[in-house]
Design a protein around this ligand. Structure first.
Ligand code: SF4
Length: 186
């Protein structure tokens, strides 16, 4: 899935997306795809009939984004792709909001802030992958044991048919069998 939308001002195809921050994947239907006109707020004009038409549209678009499952990733993508997001609402931000946010990112992370953010994302993904595959440490195992031990458990009732017999019981059983075999126990 790319970040381009139908309905929002078409930008030249030659503008490539910055692939360091890919547009997030989701199987869910996105409002900006199903109702693109809602996000193209530059196309909405105030009229005498409705002097607050654009303001209302903006509130609606921002509200739609606030319930989006990929809003954080979408914002990152929109900020990293200034040329592809010159207009419209993306991740509840207007073009002006995004301009200000980019300035802040440059001030905080430097001119190559996209590279810095992409690297942070890569490291986070690596950490998540490592935490999924690496076995628990000795300390983690000890803590898990401690947790188990501290859970009060009631001993199961004794079941003579399920419990293993003791060596003394085994010897006694053997003696009885030998007596039966020799006919002395009759
Ligand atoms: S946050 Fe908004 S603009 Fe971004 S994908 Fe979701 S609905 Fe679309």
């Amino acid at each position: 899935m790319s970040g381009n939308r139908t309905g929002v001002a078409k930008l030249p195809d030659i503008v490539p997306a910055d692939d360091r921050i890919p547009f997030p994947h989701t199987d869910q239907a996105l409002r900006c795809r199903t109702e693109p006109g809602l996000f193209a707020i530059e196309d909405i004009h105030n009229t005498d009939e409705d002097p607050r038409a654009r303001e209302k549209a903006l509130v609606k678009a921002k509200h739609a984004c606030s319930g989006c499952p990929i809003v954080t990733g979408c914002l990152k993508w929109a900020l990293a792709n200034a040329d592809l997001t010159k207009a419209g609402v993306w991740a509840a931000t207007t073009a002006r909001d995004r301009k200000q946010l980019r300035k802040k990112l440059v001030a905080r992370l430097g001119e190559d802030w996209v590279g810095v953010v992409a690297e942070q994302d890569r490291r986070r993904r690596e950490r998540q992958r490592a935490s999924r595959v690496s076995p628990p440490s000795v300390r983690e195992l000890a803590l898990a044991r401690l947790e188990l031990e501290s859970i009060p458990t009631r001993p199961a009732p004794y079941n003579r048919w399920k419990e293993p017999i003791t060596p003394a019981q085994a010897a006694s059983n053997r003696r009885v069998l030998e007596l039966v075999a020799s006919g002395k126990a009759a």
